[in-house]
Design a protein around this ligand. Structure first.
Ligand SMILES: Cc1ncc(COP(=O)(O)O)c(C=O)c1O
Length: 400
């Protein structure tokens, strides 16, 4: 009989020749268990998704309740489904007044797509400015934003009118002009290896966009929902984008994303022509019910306020290791940069062997990623860090 692993490799579409191949049995809290009963600390939260840990009982309860009532009833934008409305009200109450309306989708990539379309329609312009080493998704439109020419080569032609600027470099603002429909920018560059804005960069970017009438789109798909120590990172940096992109942790483990903006901007796709953007499953009622429960949990306890302390704890534990060059952190969004690249692979694979899941970045091959569930306890964090230190010792010992 062919194993599940064999069937997975032969019949389920793959993304690379080197999948992790962890065969999952179940997941609970900060742990993922494989079919052999081995327990792993999920120190990535499935790439910034499981901020409340896996299978939070209140999220599961909300999902159960909603599935028993109804699931899909009609494509997005026709029926009034309470979970969409209730969650929108709870979420928008947490945001500045200009965020009046949310359009629901299923993935971060789709949120990027919609935001670009809205910006083009609203401004009547087509130029898009984006930062080098940003990641906004994987569809044709989102892929057009990538700066890595070698990568894009195979998919040309992509969208015209894309201009790349360097994150944190105000000199590049000259590329933002009255021909620019929008600037799309992560609040903190994630895949570049956790690079935060310096010298009020985002505030200055906001001013530049307003000067030339370009929309400022801030992508908080990875940074949102408490990850960086405030509900959203743009709130911490005190800026107001025109459009906010959210996803990942939003659905409490269920697929859900959104674009948020003023009613005036969001309505630009509603008419002339109507149905400027449509989706069958966007805002799925079960995902919205899960998201509402997740947000209620996030807002009611100390989860977000404890992020800073947990960040400090990890920094204290890891930064003194001899092969750690630096730990870049924004709350519990972290990049551990290693002194020499040759150590990195050993450290990551040893961590895996010891039962700690860390991961790579798309555009930074000197660091590994840490983004534990926000609900991780002090003792769990202590144990996971000790195991990581053991993995780092092992990596160093390979070259002694
Ligand atoms: C900042 C950012 N934007 C967009 C995306 C795309 O989201 P999705 O994978 O849900 O399409 C990601 C995914 O990693 C991301 O980190």
């Amino acid at each position: 009989m062919i194993s599940l692993r064999g069937l997975y490799l032969s019949q389920v579409g793959q993304t690379s020749d080197l999948p992790l191949l962890l065969e999952i049995d179940r997941a609970e809290g900060v742990y993922i268990y494989d079919i052999h009963g081995k327990r792993y600390f999920d120190m990535n939260s499935g790439i910034a998704v499981s901020s409340l840990g896996h299978c939070h009982p209140k999220v599961i309860k909300a999902i159960r309740k909603q599935t028993e009532r109804y699931m899909h009833t009609m494509v997005y934008g026709e029926h009034i489904q309470a979970p969409q409305v209730v969650f929108a009200e709870r979420l928008l109450a947490q945001l500045a007044d200009n965020f009046e309306s949310i359009y629901y989708l299923m993935s971060g990539t789709e949120a990027t797509e919609l935001a670009l379309k809205i910006a083009k329609k609203y401004t009547g312009r087509y130029e898009i400015v984006v930062c080098r080493n940003a990641y906004h998704g994987s569809s044709h439109g989102a892929e057009s934003l990538r700066s890595d020419v070698n990568y894009k080569q195979s998919y040309l032609p992509l969208l015209p009118g894309i201009k790349h600027i360097d994150f944190n470099n105000e000199d590049d603002f000259t590329d933002i002009s009255c021909r620019t429909a929008c600037v799309i920018c992560e609040a903190i560059q994630g895949e570049a290896g956790v690079i935060g804005p310096k010298n009020e960069y985002l505030k200055k970017l906001r001013i530049r966009c307003s000067e030339v009438g370009a929309l400022l789109i801030i992508d908080e798909i990875q940074t949102g929902f408490g990850r960086t120590g405030s509900l959203f990172a743009h709130q911490k940096f005190k800026i107001n984008p025109d459009l906010l992109l959210i996803g990942k942790a939003m659905g409490g483990g269920m697929p859900l994303s959104g674009v948020i903006g003023s009613r005036k901007i969001m309505e630009s796709i509603v008419r002339n022509p109507a149905l400027g953007h449509i989706t069958t499953f966007g805002g799925h009622p079960v995902s919205c019910a899960a998201a509402d429960a997740a947000l209620e949990i996030l807002l009611s306890g100390n989860i977000i306020s404890e992020v800073k302390e947990k960040e400090k704890f990890i920094l204290q534990k890891l930064t003194t290791h001899p092969i750690v060059k630096e730990v870049r952190s924004q709350g519990l969004m972290m990049a551990v940069e290693i002194t020499k690249r040759k150590y990195l692979k050993h450290a990551v694979s040893k961590a895996f062997e010891l039962g700690v899941l860390v991961d790579w970045f798309l555009f930074n091959n000197r660091s590994f990623r840490l983004a534990p569930p926000l609900i991780i306890s002090k003792s769990e964090l202590d144990r996971a860090c000790d195991l990581l230190l053991e993995a780092l010792d092992y990596a160093k010992a390979q070259y002694n």
